[in-house]
Design a protein around this ligand. Structure first.
Ligand code: UT7
Length: 320
C-alpha cells in the first residue's frame, strides 16, 4: 500500500512588533502609496530583542503540534528552511529540537531562500514515503530584517520576519497528503538576488541585494511553468484546485500567476499585505492563516508555489 505524507496540523508565529508602511516612511525615503501600489504590502513584523529565527520557529512548531494533537517526542524528523539561521552552524533545526525537548531525532536546515519551504517539504515527504521518518516537523522561519540594508529602499520595504510550521505524518493508503512536487534551480542568476557576504567569502553576514524588476520577470515565467508541471504530475486540472497558497513576494506576482493558471482571485490565499515577504516562512504562514480562518478544509486540493534566490523555485499539490 502506498505511504503518503499527510498534514496533521499547522502553526505559525510572528514577532511582537508590527510596522506599517507609514512608520517605515519616517526613516526610509518611501511612501505608503508607492509600497501598496507596487507590492500590495501594508504591514510587516520585525523581530525584536530575544526574538530569533529559532524562537519564532519553535513557537510555530509548538502550535502545529498542538493543532495536530501530537506530542513533541513523537517527532522523528525536523527540516527547517531558512536563509537567516541563528548561527552559521549548528543548524537552527537543532535549536528547535532542544527547545521542544526532543532527545533524539533527525534535524537539519535547508537553504533555498524563498523556495526553502517547498524544498524542505519535498525532503520530508521523500523521507516519509521511504520509511526513513514517520512524523516530521517542516518549518519555514526567517528574520530577514537582520540582513536588510535599511538604506536601500528598493529592498528594505519588501521583507518581514515570521515562521510557519506543519506536522507531516505517514498514512498508508490515504487519499489525502502530498500528491506531487516539482523543484528547480538555475544558479546562473545568482547576481539578481543574493546576499553580499558569507562565512567563506567576506567572513561577514552580508545584506540582501536584488534587481527587483528582473526577478519579477523570471518569477512570473518560472512559476507558471512549474505550476503546470506539477498539475500534470499529479494528474489534475487547474480548475480542480481549491486553493493556491503562493509565496508572498508581491501581490502583482500573485495576481499574474493565478491569472496564467486561470484561477479566480478568491482561490488565492494572500497574506503579503499583512506579513510582507517572509522568504521561507511565507508559504507556511499563509497556509496556516487559511487553515485557521476555516477557508482551507479537510479534503481540499491545495497548490503551494514559491520562487526565490538562486534562482530556486517549485510547486506542490496536496489534498489537505
Ligand atoms: O521573494 C523573492 C522573489 N522576489 C520577488 O519576487 C520580488 C520581485 N520584484 C518586485 O516585486 C518588484 O520589482 C519591486 C516591488 C521590487 C519593485 O517594483 P518595480 O515596479 O519593479 O519598480 P522598480 O524597481 O522598477 O522601481 C521603480 C521606481 C524607481 O524610480 P525611477 O528610477 O523610476 O525614478 C525606484 O527608484 O521606484 C523607485 N523605488 C521606490 N520609490 C519609493 C524603488 N523602491 C522604492 C521605494 N519607495 N521603496
Amino acid at each position: 500500500m502506498t505511504t503518503r505524507s499527510v498534514i496533521l496540523g499547522t502553526g505559525s508565529a510572528l514577532p511582537r512588533r508590527c510596522v506599517s508602511n507609514a512608520e517605515l516612511a519616517e526613516t526610509v525615503d518611501t511612501t505608503d502609496a508607492w509600497i501598496v501600489e507596487r507590492t500590495g504590502i501594508r504591514f510587516r513584523y520585525i523581530a525584536g530583542e530575544g526574538e530569533t529565527t529559532a524562537t519564532l520557529a519553535t513557537d510555530a512548531a509548538r502550535r502545529a503540534l498542538a493543532a495536530a494533537g501530537i506530542a513533541a517526542d513523537a517527532v522523528d524528523l525536523i527540516v527547517l528552511a531558512t536563509a537567516t539561521p541563528d548561527q552559521t552552524f549548528p543548524a537552527t533545526a537543532t535549536k528547535v529540537q532542544a527547545a521542544l525537548g526532543i532527545d533524539d531525532c533527525v534535524a537539519f536546515d535547508v537553504q533555498a531562500v524563498c523556495s526553502g519551504f517547498l524544498y524542505a517539504l519535498s525532503v520530508a515527504d521523500s523521507m516519509i514515503r521511504t520509511g526513513a521518518a514517520r512524523t516530521a516537523l517542516v518549518i519555514g522561519a526567517e528574520t530577514f530584517s537582520r540582513i536588510l540594508d535599511w538604506e536601500d529602499r528598493a529592498t528594505c520595504v519588501l521583507f518581514g520576519d515570521g515562521a510557519g510550521a506543519i506536522v507531516l505524518g505517514a498514512e498508508q493508503g490515504s487519499d489525502r497528503g502530498i500528491l506531487a512536487t516539482r523543484l528547480h534551480a538555475d544558479g546562473r542568476h545568482n547576481q539578481l538576488l543574493y546576499v553580499d557576504g558569507g562565512p567563506s567569502t567576506t567572513e561577514t553576514v552580508g545584506k540582501v541585494r536584488m534587481r527587483g524588476r528582473e526577478v519579477f520577470r523570471h518569477a512570473v515565467v518560472n512559476l507558471a511553468a512549474v505550476m503546470n508541471e506539477v498539475l500534470e504530475q499529479a494528474g489534475v486540472s487547474a480548475d480542480a484546485i481549491d486553493w493556491l497558497v503562493p509565496h508572498q513576494a508581491n501581490a502583482r506576482i500573485l495576481d499574474a500567476t493565478a491569472r496564467k493558471l486561470g484561477l479566480p482571485p478568491e482561490k488565492v490565499v494572500m497574506t503579503v499585505d499583512r506579513h510582507a515577504n517572509t522568504s521561507a516562512a511565507s508559504v507556511p504562514l499563509a497556509l496556516d492563516a487559511a487553515v485557521a480562518d476555516g477557508r482551507i478544509r479537510r479534503g481540499d486540493l491545495v497548490m503551494l508555489e514559491a520562487m526565490g534566490g538562486g534562482f530556486t523555485w517549485g510547486a506542490s499539490i496536496l489534498r489537505y
